[in-house]
Design a protein around this ligand. Structure first.
Ligand SMILES: [Zn+2]
Length: 553
């Protein structure tokens, strides 16, 4: 190749690399509003949520919501200024405590409430918030948050909320940060009386208001995460089934549009398969008190707690596609399995900060291959998860930036899942691995947790030195490279592309026999009785291998 052409090509590659890098770079500037939304501010940290009673009237004629939220909380520190979140164009009209109206100051998405009553440590107090407005409309649910004002095939209103990432404060006022959840919640929804509303938890009562509207009262008897709270209003029909699970009888309720009933009754049999597989791997369904629901919606789906929403068209795959490219993704409905998997990882074990969202997505993505393994065997599960590597970009770290409502890369799905699959290989004891997954759901039951807690838990329970492993896979974008060469029948090997602390016991097939190696960044040697002529790293490890030189000797 001509020298100038070569230089030109090198410059082009450099330029492309720079462009790719800047497109994939972490966001580094954040606004004051990002901090108010994403951090535990002094106006949030002094009070602990105990209960919400959210009451909303949904008006399809003018796309507006009118409502109130009773916020009950325990005082942790004696402070008088409180942060309530509600995003424009929604507006708070009045806040009272013990019947007394309070001074409220608005700053973007935040409403500062000056309390009159002395807030004494240990007291349980209530705040009553009245609000209304036309909430942001979602154009592409669930990818952008808001309310969707749709119609079903027969022209009936089909109104749903989706807020992941943007937060519940898009349509209701409260404490919009994942670290704090109320212990229970009552959701009252008023809507046109020819329709039905399905929200979270159990239907306590359904009232006919005699004015063309009805009101449902849904009670959630467990801590619920903010983005899980949802409203689904449509021309629903319903059936009930009981699943005999690990904790006894689990009420399963299915809500679908009237014209999809027959299809749904067949297709939703997968919900019971899901419960069987996931109770095996992760332990009891975490919300027996609230039941399990699958609710049809006009968007792909979302992990709304105890009312998982479904819009995958009653077909297998994701929108009919196998996102694992392995064939196994055609065997099940991605939305039923994935979104329900979140009941264990997202709703039971919830991220403390949006930056820790991989705890939701990596484990749930990983759960898909465990579902495949449960019904079609271990090799099938392996093929599924290895196929999902085609979705990995290694663009930016899986852990996001803390305190500013900023999650990590979309790699938290397939790469996070492959990290866990790799860790399972390192543990090399399937029963132990299953007991760790079940243990997590027991030991972090109904808690909000940080990345550091999950790391410490896995280090303790596996007994493996995983500090560098997590640094590599969660905070770096590089794939470890097993570098090797065979010199006179002796294997020389080392790690390339790794953080200094990186340690991993690695399964390597040498002369078609399994060997466990512990490479370091310095070259090591392995000599066997007979000459080494064939080296292959195990395919279930998400690492690369590179024979640095093919030597004749
Ligand atoms: Zn998910």
């Amino acid at each position: 190749m001509h020298k100038t052409i070569r230089i030109k090509i090198q410059l082009l590659i450099l330029l492309l690399t720079l462009i790719t890098f800047s497109a994939a770079a972490q966001k580094t500037t954040f606004t004051r509003q990002d901090t108010l939304r994403g951090s535990i501010t002094p106006e949030r940290e002094w009070w602990d949520l105990t209960y919400y009673h959210l009451s909303v009237k949904v008006n399809p004629e003018d796309s507006s919501f009118t409502g109130s939220n009773l916020v009950q909380y325990r005082v942790l520190q004696a402070k008088q200024l409180m942060q309530i979140d509600l995003q424009p164009p929604m507006k708070i009209s009045k806040i009272t405590q013990n019947g007394e109206e309070l001074v409220v100051e608005n700053d973007g998405n935040v409403w500062y409430v000056s309390l009159k009553k002395n807030q004494n440590v240990g007291d349980v107090n209530e705040l009553f918030i009245e609000y209304s407005g036309k909430p942001k409309v979602s154009r592409r649910p669930p990818w952008d948050g808001g309310v969707s004002w749709r119609k079903d095939e027969n022209g009936n209103p089909f109104v749903v909320t989706t807020v992941q990432g943007d937060g519940g404060s898009l349509w209701w006022p409260g404490k919009d940060h994942p670290y704090d959840e109320p212990d229970s919640m009552l959701i009252s929804v008023t809507f046109p009386d020819h329709l039905m509303d399905v929200s979270n938890g159990r239907l306590r009562s359904l009232e006919d208001n005699g004015d063309g509207t009805k009101t449902t009262n849904w009670f959630v008897n467990n801590p619920i995460n903010n983005y899980g709270v949802n409203i689904n209003i449509g021309n629903y029909v319903h059936w009930h089934e009981i699943y005999k699970g690990e904790k006894g009888k689990l009420d399963c309720d299915f809500w679908v549009l009237d014209y999809n009933l027959e299809k749904a009754k067949k297709h939703f049999k997968q919900a019971k398969m899901m419960l069987e597989a996931f109770e095996h791997w992760f332990g009891p369904y975490p919300f027996y008190e609230d039941g399990y629901k699958l609710v049809e919606v006009p968007y792909p789906g979302m992990e709304h707690q105890s009312s998982v929403t479904y819009g995958n068209g009653y077909r297998n795959g994701y929108g009919g596609r196998d996102i694992s490219y392995s064939g196994w993704g055609e065997k099940f409905d991605f939305i039923i399995i994935h979104e329900s998997g979140h009941e264990w990882f997202a709703n039971n074990i919830t991220n403390f900060d949006e930056a820790d969202m991989w705890i939701h997505e990596s484990f749930t993505n990983y759960s898909e291959n465990l579902f495949v393994e449960y019904f079609w065997g271990k090799e099938a599960g392996g093929e599924y998860i290895r196929g999902s590597r085609l979705g990995i970009n290694n663009d930016r770290p899986i852990v996001g930036i803390h305190g500013v409502n900023y999650p990590g890369s979309g790699d938290m799905y397939p790469k996070g899942a492959n990290m866990l699959h790799t860790l399972r290989q390192m543990v090399d004891d399937d029963e132990k691995w299953r007991s760790i997954l079940r243990g997590m759901n027991k030991d972090f039951y109904h808690q909000t947790v940080k990345t550091t807690q999950i790391e410490a838990y896995l280090i303790e329970k596996t007994g493996l030195p995983l500090e560098g492993f997590f640094k590599q896979y969660l905070y770096d974008t590089r794939i470890p490279i097993f570098e090797y060469a065979i010199v006179d029948g002796v294997l020389r090997y080392r790690w390339g592309n790794v953080v200094p602390e990186f340690k991993m016991r690695t399964k390597v097939h040498i002369n078609n026999e399994v060997h466990w190696l512990e490479p370091s960044r310095r070259w090591k040697e392995l000599e066997l009785d007979r000459k080494i002529n064939n080296v292959e790293v195990d395919k279930d490890f998400y690492i690369a291998s590179f024979e640095v030189a093919k030597l004749k000797k």
